[in-house]
Design a protein around this ligand. Structure first.
Ligand SMILES: Nc1ncnc2c1ncn2[C@@H]1O[C@H](COP(=O)(O)OP(=O)(O)OP(=O)(O)O)[C@@H](O)[C@H]1O
Ligand SMILES: O=C(O)c1cc(-c2cccc(F)c2)nc2ccccc12
Ligand SMILES: [Mg+2]
Length: 272
């Protein structure tokens, strides 16, 4: 690890700025590291809440993984430290905030914007899968936007092994592929499914299997009840890509490197 990673950080190393948001286990603040004047996001997590939710080990492992990942579309974890009551994560600051908010504001994205985001996520996932890290939790809430408008996968829900993990944490089912919803063995192809769900949501403003009741969403996922609305107008190339990703048999999903060669991506994604 670099010198920055090894050093023992303390709260005194930082000037704390405005709150950037509230997470499940604490707040995230804008902060400046005093020696380097480097702007970061400081995520403060309360130990008591981490213990109550029994996520302490998950957090340690995810911090371990996240600190070793280096990719332009993956939010950097520079380091961490803790005191009596809190754990602090020193994160790359994503100046343009949450993709989720941007999607709500625009309702849905242009095909060029959607394809550019999908291509950068595919490259980030190819990088992760190359390191035997699968994500399992790709959704708009876990995507942030950097100062140049680039996408950053910001979630700590990484898992190293491709073993079958129950989703102990509650949260929307919308992005789960059939094998996870049916909680059978799953592998890196789960991320292809979630990326397909995300691509649909970028273009239509809603996820493909959304339903009022959890049980209905569950049924629509396992039946791959995929329907394309007539509005907004979306190219058949985009629908073709989504259809090749939202396939029940995970081994038949379009591999990520093939996604980057798909006509819709070639024609619409900004060159990286
Ligand atoms: N690196 C960052 N740069 C800018 N804003 C951030 C950053 N990290 C978090 N935020 C803001 O703070 C909010 C809460 O952070 P986060 O979502 O990480 O907390 P959490 O929901 O508890 O964590 P997780 O989503 O991993 O469970 C985010 O929704 C976002 O608005
Ligand atoms: O008091 C501790 O030793 C402690 C350390 C850590 C921790 C250590 C490294 C990385 C990381 F993300 C978290 N998390 C905790 C969560 C709850 C209660 C105590 C702790
Ligand atoms: Mg969050």
């Amino acid at each position: 690890a670099s010198a920055a990673e090894k050093r023992r950080w303390t709260l005194n190393d930082f000037d704390i700025g405005k709150p950037l948001g509230r997470g499940k286990f604490g707040h995230v603040y804008l902060a400046r590291e005093k020696r380097s004047n480097h702007i970061v996001a400081l995520k403060v997590l309360f130990k008591s809440q981490l213990q109550q939710s029994q996520v302490e080990h998950q957090l340690r492992r995810e911090v371990e993984i996240q600190s070793h990942l280096r990719h332009p579309n993956i939010l950097r974890l520079y380091g961490y430290f803790y005191d009596q009551k809190r754990v602090y994560l020193i994160l790359e600051y994503a100046a343009k905030g949450e993709l989720y908010k941007e999607l709500q504001k625009c309702k849905y994205f242009s095909e060029r914007r959607a394809a550019t985001y999908v291509a950068s996520l595919a490259r980030a996932l190819i990088y992760c899968h190359g390191k035997h890290v699968i994500h399992r939790d790709i959704k708009p809430e876990n995507l942030l936007i950097g100062a140049q408008g680039e996408l950053k996968i910001a979630d700590f829900g990484w898992s190293v092994h491709t073993f079958n993990r129950r989703r102990t944490m509650c949260g929307t089912l919308d992005y789960l592929p059939p094998e996870m919803v049916e909680s059978v063995e799953h592998d890196a192809n789960v991320d292809i499914w979630s990326l397909g769900v995300l691509c649909y949501e970028f273009l239509y403003g809603v996820p493909p299997f959304e339903a009022k009741e959890h049980s209905d969403t569950y049924r629509r996922i396992v039946q791959v009840d995929l329907k394309f609305p007539s509005k907004p107008i979306v190219s058949s190339a985009a629908k073709d890509l989504i259809t090749q990703m939202l396939v029940k048999d995970s081994s038949q999903r379009l591999p990520l490197h093939k996604l980057l060669e798909h006509p819709w991506i070639i024609q619409n994604a900004e060159p990286s």
